[in-house]
Design a protein around this ligand. Structure first.
Ligand code: G6P
Length: 369
């Protein structure tokens, strides 16, 4: 019964629209703006143990891997702890260097992904402390970890992950603030601002979800394209990668997510009048640089879909289509901009008529290595 589509054409669309509510569920009881505090007692962290951490290593697969990459930006910036992000399937083959002061964190919606489970078991055998960010209560990864931070996305039916990703980002945000406070890297006032930013995300997402017109335009204009390039810089780079993954998964169109600054070292050779380029460029510390990458694409005749602030007239001048984002602090920009790339993939797939919720060859949870 909980699995009903509630009037939406696909589970994926229902789950995209559910995101504001599930983020509220994930933040509930854990953050207090008044006290400027994030409380995550389930992780068993205290000042002494956090001061002693030499590094954090995230291990994850698929969409969860990109959530971990966003987490790295949040934690390094606000907690000043070194963070590595490793594909779970590669972790073991690198002879990973971990110590008793290393914390290895699995990120997994299902809590059953074989590669992530194997990486965590390896980490534990090497003496690391293991934690996880997980959506399914009492899943194997949750049971085997020393501490679990549950996301409250609820059951996710669509194979392409959406609300699991944004609730993972909310969890990453809370973790960054909590670690920053315990590490002594984050003052109370700063913590309060970051908490407030997280708390505002659901309302800003609702604004995003009001207007489907740009996505319908994109679907009509670009569904016949054979390939897409997604570009982003800073904390938008993982969102570019996630956007490309979503498009591949459900529309079967080839797509690459690239760091905007790396474009000149390869992908720029692909740009012609046929190639749609999705650029994530909300106003932030890397805005100017990303905007100039956009101008390079334009100069070579590429077709541009720009995802940036709604009042950004510079984008209007360069892009074929602009998706306007509400103005939010840089810390939470990935939670907002990802909704745009989810909807681009969804509308293109729906226009093409693919099986959005059950795309070919993919499984919701992969329990083989
Ligand atoms: C599969 C799913 C993806 C998911 C990945 C990792 O490939 O199709 O949507 O991101 O597994 O799953 P997990 O449950 O560990 O987050």
């Amino acid at each position: 019964i909980s699995a009903e589509k509630q009037g939406y054409k696909h589970f994926m669309l229902k789950e995209i629209f559910e995101q504001p509510a599930r983020i509220i569920d994930t933040l509930r009881g854990r953050v207090s703006v008044e006290r400027g505090e994030v409380n995550l007692p389930e992780l068993g962290l205290d000042e002494a143990s956090v001061q002693a951490i030499d590094k954090l290593v995230f291990v994850a697969c698929g969409t969860s891997y990109f959530a971990a990459q966003v987490g790295r930006y949040m934690i390094e910036q606000h907690a000043r702890i070194p963070v590595e992000v490793e594909l779970a399937s590669e972790f073991r083959y690198r002879d990973p260097i971990v110590s008793n002061n290393t914390v290895v964190i699995g990120v997994s919606q299902s809590g059953e992904t074989a590669d992530t489970l194997a990486a965590l078991r390896e980490a534990r055998a090497l003496g690391a402390r293991t934690l996880c960010i997980c959506n399914v209560i009492e899943s194997t990864i949750a049971r085997e970890s020393d501490g679990v931070l549950y996301t409250h996305a609820g059951p996710e039916i669509g194979v392409a992950s959406t609300k699991a990703f944004t609730t993972q980002l909310a969890a990453m945000g809370m973790l960054a603030i909590c670690l920053g406070q315990l590490r002594g890297a984050l003052g109370e006032e700063q913590a309060r601002e970051l908490i407030e930013a997280l708390r505002q995300v659901p309302a800003e997402m609702e604004v995003m979800l009001r207007d489907m017109a740009p996505y319908e335009t994109i679907a009509r204009q670009f569904s016949r394209s054979h390939s897409f390039l997604y570009l982003g810089r800073g904390n938008q780079f993982p969102i570019a990668a996630e956007g490309a993954l979503k498009l591949k998964e459900i529309s079967y169109i080839h797509a690459e997510g690239y760091a905007a600054g790396e474009m000149k070292h390869g992908p720029i050779a692909l740009i012609d009048k046929q190639l749609p380029v999705v650029v994530l460029c909300p106003r932030n510390r890397v805005y100017e640089k990303t905007a100039s990458n956009l101008e390079e694409v334009r100069a070579r005749g590429g077709r541009i879909i720009a995802i940036g602030n709604q009042d950004d007239s510079r984008l209007e001048a360069f892009a074929d289509v602009v998706i306007g984002l509400p103005e939010v602090p840089e810390f939470v920009q990935p939670l907002i901009s990802v909704v745009a790339v989810q909807l681009i993939a969804y509308h293109i797939a729906d226009f093409k008529g693919t099986d959005v919720d059950q795309p070919r060859n993919l499984a919701k949870s992969v329990t083989v290595e």
